[in-house]
Write a protein that binds this ligand. Structure first.
Ligand SMILES: Nc1ncnc2c1ncn2[C@@H]1O[C@H](COP(=O)(O)OP(=O)(O)OP(=O)(O)O)[C@@H](O)[C@H]1O
Ligand SMILES: N[C@@H](CCO)C(=O)O
Length: 299
C-alpha cells in the first residue's frame, strides 16, 4: 500500500483575512517551509530546523505528524514507522499561516506516501481535510492553491477558488511578540451588529475587485474591517498602532491573519522602500512576491 519515499513538499506562508475577508480571503507569499517524509521500519523520528524548531514537539503531537496520521487514516491505515525533516522559514504564531502550512504539508506528504493516494483522495478532499484540521479554510486554501484565494465552507467542507492579484506588492512587518490564533479567536464576540456585517460585505466585494482588476486606488477603502481587528486590538497594541500609522500615511495596511504581524498592500513598487521605513524597532520587514501553491518537489 505504501511508497517508502522520501517525498518533499514546499509549502508557502499565507496572510489571511486581508482586512474585511475574515475566514475567507488568503494571499500566498513567496516564503516557504520545506518538509520531507519517508517511511522507516518502525518508530517516529522528527528533525526540525529554522523557525520554531526549538519549540515544536518531537512526538505524535507534532502538527505535521498529526496531519499525516489523519490522512493515513482516511487512506486505509498507518505505516510502521515515519521519519520527518523540516526546514522552517515561516515564523510561528505571527499571522503568517505557519499552522496551515504544517497541516497542508502533512496531508500532501501522507497522500504521496500511499500508492494511488492522489486518485483516492483528490485535491478537493485535501482542502476539506486541511480546513477541518485548521478549523477554518482561509490559510489552507491560499497555501494549497497559491495567489489570492476566496474560501468558504459548505456542509462542513472547505472550498476555495484562486485568482491572480494584480498590481499589489505585499510588505510584511513581522512582530517581535507572537499571538496565538486560538487566543485571538477567543477575543471575538459571538455576534456582531448588522451594520458592521453590511460594512464588511461591501468592503470584501470591493477588495476582491480591487485585487483582481489591479484597482489599487480602491485598496484603502477596500481593506477596512469591523468584524475582527477592533476586537483584537487590545491584545496586540503595537500591531494595531502600526496599522493605524501606515493607514494615516495612505498605505493600505491590515493585521495579517490573527496577528501579530502587519501586512501592507502597496500599490506602487516605488513605495515599497518608503513603506518599510515604518518598521518598528525590533521588528523585521520583508517585501515578498505573491506565492505559488504547495508543491511536491521530489518523490
Ligand atoms: N512547521 C511546523 N512544525 C510543527 N508545528 C508547527 C509548524 N508550524 C506551525 N506549527 C504549530 O502551529 C503553531 C502556530 O499556529 P497559530 O495558528 O497559532 O499561528 P500561525 O499559523 O503562525 O498564524 P495564523 O494562523 O494567524 O496565520 C505553532 O506554535 C506550532 O505549534
Ligand atoms: N481567519 C483566521 C486566520 C488566522 O488563522 C483568524 O483571523 O482567526
Amino acid at each position: 500500500m505504501f511508497r517508502t519515499g522520501p517525498v518533499t513538499v514546499e509549502v508557502p506562508a499565507t496572510s489571511a483575512n486581508l482586512g474585511p475577508g475574515f475566514d475567507a480571503f488568503g494571499l500566498a507569499l513567496d516564503l516557504t517551509d520545506t518538509v520531507t517524509a519517508e517511511l522507516v521500519p518502525g518508530g517516529l523520528e522528527i528533525e526540525a530546523a529554522g523557525e520554531g524548531a526549538d519549540a515544536v514537539p518531537v512526538d505524535e503531537s507534532h502538527l505535521i505528524i498529526r496531519s499525516m496520521r489523519s490522512t493515513f487514516d482516511r487512506l486505509g491505515g498507518q505505516p510502521a514507522g515515519l521519519r520527518l525533516t523540516s526546514e522552517n522559514r515561516i515564523p510561528h504564531g505571527r499571522g503568517l499561516g505557519s499552522s496551515a502550512a504544517a497541516i497542508v504539508a502533512g496531508v500532501l506528504l501522507a497522500r504521496a506516501l500511499v500508492r494511488g493516494g492522489a486518485e483516492q483522495f483528490d485535491d478537493a478532499e485535501v482542502l476539506a481535510l486541511a480546513s477541518e484540521l485548521e478549523g477554518h479554510p482561509d490559510n489552507v486554501a491560499a497555501c494549497l492553491l497559491g495567489g489570492f484565494t476566496i474560501a468558504w465552507t459548505t456542509d462542513g467542507r472547505g472550498r476555495a477558488v484562486r485568482s491572480e492579484p494584480k498590481g499589489v506588492h505585499p510588505v510584511l512587518f513581522i512582530a517581535t511578540e507572537s499571538s496565538s490564533t486560538h487566543t485571538a479567536r477567543a477575543a471575538l464576540p459571538p455576534s456582531v451588529p448588522h451594520p458592521d456585517a453590511a460594512f464588511n460585505a461591501a468592503r470584501s466585494a470591493l477588495l476582491a475587485l480591487a485585487l483582481t482588476q489591479g484597482r489599487t486606488e480602491l485598496l484603502m477603502s477596500a481593506t477596512e474591517d469591523r468584524l475582527h481587528q477592533p476586537y483584537r486590538a487590545a491584545a496586540m497594541p503595537a500591531s494595531s498602532a502600526l496599522v493605524a500609522e501606515l493607514r494615516r500615511a495612505g498605505i493600505p495596511a491590515v493585521i495579517s491573519g490573527a496577528g501579530s504581524s502587519v501586512l501592507a498592500l502597496v500599490g506602487d513598487q516605488d513605495q515599497v522602500t518608503p513603506a518599510r521605513a515604518y518598521t518598528p524597532q525590533g521588528w523585521r520587514s520583508l517585501a515578498l512576491a505573491i506565492g505559488e501553491g504547495a508543491a511536491l518537489t521530489a518523490s
